[in-house]
Ligand binder design. Sequence first.
Ligand code: LLP
Length: 463
Amino acid sequence: MSRSAHPAGPRHADVLTEGHYSAPAADLNVLDEKVWSRTVTRDADGALTVGGIGVARLAEEFGTPAYFLDESDFRARCRAWSEAFGPDADVFYAGKAFLSRAVVRWLREEGLHLDVCSGGELTTALDAGMPAERIAFHGNNKTVAEIERAVEAGVGRIVLDSFQEIVRVAHIARSHGVRQRVQIRVTVGVEAHTHEFIATAHEDQKFGIALADGQAAEAVRRALALDSLELIGIHSHIGSQIFDMAGFEVSARRVVQLLAEVRDEHGVELPEIDLGGGLGIAYTSDDDPREPHEIAKALSDIVTRECESAGLRTPRISVEPGRAIVGPTAFTLYEVGTIKPLEGLRTYVSVDGGMSDNIRTALYDAEYSVALVSRTSDAEPMLVRVVGKHCESGDIVVKDAFLPADLAPGDLIAVPATGAYCRSMASNYNHALRPPVVAVRDGEARVIVRRETEEDLLRLDVG
Ligand code: LLP
């Protein structure tokens, strides 16, 4: 293949036979609204604005790298989810995607519930005033201290994940003189079409209790026999970043079958089922996520149908979207530091962050988009790999993308759809300082999680 040299890297047409990228968008200046939060647009000078504020001002005031979270988009997505599911269902935001006290307040104001999976998340939720009865507590290995804290706080439900935990929670509830509301998490045996590390309903993994070999029915038997537990339902979460509703349908069907078995064996109709989270979002223009109302309809239709055929009352449904709410609402803003064209391959664009603020590319082979946002450009597209500043060649933020060939050090570029699992999985690798999260709304920007400082690093290092 002939590859022509280009001052800032190879021309895209010469390298399109390699990699997993699509052809460049016809106009790199156009921001695909699928991947950007709702208030993002370009101003008259071509700079990106969010919530009415331009990126140059944001970078100057808050520095880079930084996550900018579009608060009105976040709130709108909360409302879209709760309106789609209606009054007979509960939407639990999965706090692991991104949690802060401001987020908890927004959730509370928008009427959502909250799923937490650690003592730290529980503390954040309670501290910011989430009513305990609207909290679900998850995890495959909750510590005794965490369970005690959750029971004392009066959380609305604890999701039991193992036989040991049934006994442990029952014991703690009894010693606190309460009857704790619980669900049992089952693995329904669905192979979700997503990355292996984020698929959770096949049997060979650490979460849940298997339906297939009667283990889940046995767990129900044991939970029903314990006075200090009030078994309110069955929980299933099949994985994350899933677009195909088929897995959810199989999962719902199998959970309803278990409800029917429980009714037949114990004469009890469990009143709730939770179908977990995991709904996919658009990271690139190639992704086509479903809208909340389509998801709600698909799930409630299948549950209603299966319950009718089993002669069961339709249980109250809950869902736990994390990524689908917060993911699209934020972008990460970086400053370009160095640009290294590799003849015949691609151009490496290094930014001032990297795998410490977005581990998803390295960990899951996740795909992201990127755009030049401090200005527009009419230069030709060049194939780039956006990399960080860490001492590791796997430190990749965006594996394959196109940016204008006149990109220069000092330009600001932004990676959209980084609201979920980026700040929450951020690390201090190479003693990087974790970036701030800045909420932007109606022309105002405020830090909701501040940037780490070197003093923070030294404070933990007790010498
Ligand atoms: N419910 C349960 C029980 C979960 O385990 C999870 C995610 C969710 C809800 C929310 O899933 P979501 O709607 O956000 O996909 N770090 C990975 C994702 C791990 C998800 C773990 N559990 C990533 O960056 O893709």
